[in-house]
Design a protein around this ligand. Structure first.
Ligand code: BES
Ligand code: MN
Ligand code: MN
Length: 461
């Protein structure tokens, strides 16, 4: 056992107590009534890093604060930026939680709490790996910047500007992020791609008030029907997105990457079972993993219109609304997809109603260059901590800042997540595997030792 592993094992109890303190803070970034809690979580992260030897601050934005912590006492050594987010998704519906979302509970080797895996547990295991180095050896082998934001779950609206404004200070040789999942239990994984996002709200307005559907129905265009007709034009019968131009910028994934996906031991029945859906379905001509990792989508996230209460009410609704998000793959951009969506919706909108499209937020898709010393270091550290070679996997979710790091800082980004499939991120009963939390901290601690000692070695391929 290494000196770092021993430290982490000896302090396991306190480390868990601290994690649970962080998980108790309801830092729900989407809800204004939680703004003070979000700030409290930022200050908690700042103070925790300051206690172990980082120069740490909270930085104001028009939204929630950004935590920046630096340790720069390794002259000549590379600089690595660790990113994570301390905000969480809303916990509703509360009645479906078996234990309250902000009262962390360890059951059956699982840490149950909102934010346990997404992303507080994963951010915190990085903080403890850094602490292990500083406590045991009094130093880190490289210079480290920790950047923790409080707006990831609401689209990272203010982070891009912060990175641009502080590009010099944030200059790094590599970025490391743990905010994703492993391919399966015991199987460490390195991410090779993330999808981007373009999020829309479509509003359809007809008559000024709800109307009697007998007295007016048939003579006034029904906004709910109009919206349904618009939405129905988004896909063809084969599950392809039918918005003209939607696939124009899609870069071919490449035969090697496709073959690598086919070789992964994917349990399709287990995946279906996890969803509870009676069958899987999607774009014709692609496997399930290809559909999630390599293909763009146009997904309906929410629908609202008319009478939905008990019993029947004969009414012609005055308006209808839909939330729609497109997941994007390289080289689609949220701006281009926004323009295509606007044009398409206006083209297919029935007359007799007013249709508007709002652009809520977006993020760029990302694909990794999986070579160089940073990835080799991650392979070795993950392999040692989990006793198994890591696999390279794609991801269907989005972390908007990743594309920004690559674009603004010109830095390679390494994503090694310690979540697991089925951990209910964004859903009731979110959990993080305690084994992954513990092994993740050890893997990350070892990762720092595996990095080359000098900048020139790190940038060499
Ligand atoms: N950690 C997730 C991204 C993710 C999801 C990684 C699933 C791996 C597996 C992140 O917190 C997230 O939820 N992202 C949002 C982005 C959005 C709010 C802009 C997403 O993917 O919906
Ligand atoms: Mn996350
Ligand atoms: Mn999330």
């Amino acid at each position: 056992m290494s000196d770092l592993d021993r430290y982490l094992t000896e302090h396991d109890r306190r480390i868990h107590d601290e994690l649970f303190d962080l998980l108790r803070i309801p830092s729900v970034s989407a809800r204004s009534e939680h703004a003070a809690d979000v700030r409290r979580a930022a200050e908690w992260v700042r103070d925790s890093l300051a206690r172990v030897g980082f120069e740490a601050s909270t930085n104001e934005t028009p939204g929630h604060p950004i935590v920046l912590a630096e340790w720069r006492n390794a002259p000549g050594a590379p600089t690595v930026l660790v990113y994570g987010h301390y905000d969480v998704q809303p916990a509703e519906p509360l009645d479906l939680w078996l234990s309250p979302p902000f009262e962390p509970t360890l059951r059956d080797g699982r840490i149950y709490a909102r934010g346990s895996v997404d992303d507080k547990g994963q951010l915190f295991l990085h903080m403890k790996a850094l602490e292990a180095h500083l406590a045991v050896r009094g130093k880190l082998p490289v210079n480290v910047i920790v950047l923790a934001e409080g707006e990831e779950e609401v689209g990272s609206e203010n982070l891009e500007r912060f990175i641009e404004a502080n590009a010099k200070r944030l200059a790094a040789d590599a970025v490391v992020i743990s905010d994703s999942s492993m391919f399966g239990p015991g199987q460490p994984s390195i991410l090779s791609s993330l999808r981007g996002l373009a999020y829309f709200q479509i509003d359809v307005v007809g008559p000024t008030v709800d109307l009697h559907s007998g007295s007016y129905g048939g003579a006034v265009v029904n906004p709910a029907t109009a919206l349904a007709r618009i939405i129905a034009t988004f896909h063809d019968a084969n599950g392809h997105v039918a918005i003209p131009g939607f696939y124009d910028a899609v870069r071919d994934w490449g035969n090697d990457a496709r073959a690598a996906i086919r070789e992964l031991p994917f349990d399709e029945q287990g995946f279906r079972h996890e969803t509870g859906a009676p069958a899987l379905g999607g774009e014709v001509g692609y496997s399930t993993l290809e559909r999630i990792w390599t293909r763009p989508t146009c997904e309906l996230n929410g629908l609202l219109s008319g009478y939905t209460g008990e019993g029947a009410k004969t009414v012609l609704p005055s308006k209808a609304m839909a939330k729609v998000s497109c997941r994007l793959v390289p080289d689609q951009s949220p701006e281009d997809i926004g323009r295509l969506m606007d044009a398409h919706v206006q083209r297919v909108a029935p007359s007799g109603v007013t249709v508007t499209v709002q652009h809520l937020h977006g993020g760029r898709p990302w694909r990794a260059e999986l070579e160089g010393p940073v990835f080799e270091a991650a392979r070795r550290a993950l392999g040692a901590a989990f006793g198994k070679e890591p696999v390279v996997v794609g991801e269907g979710g989005s972390i908007p800042v990743v594309g920004d790091f690559q674009r603004i800082l010109g830095t390679p980004v390494l994503l090694m997540g310690f979540g697991l499939p089925g951990e209910n991120a964004h859903a009731p009963n979110e959990w993080m595997s305690d084994e992954n939390f513990v092994k993740g901290a050890k893997a990350v601690a070892a990762f720092w030792d595996e990095l080359p000692a000098s900048r020139s070695q790190l940038s060499a391929k």
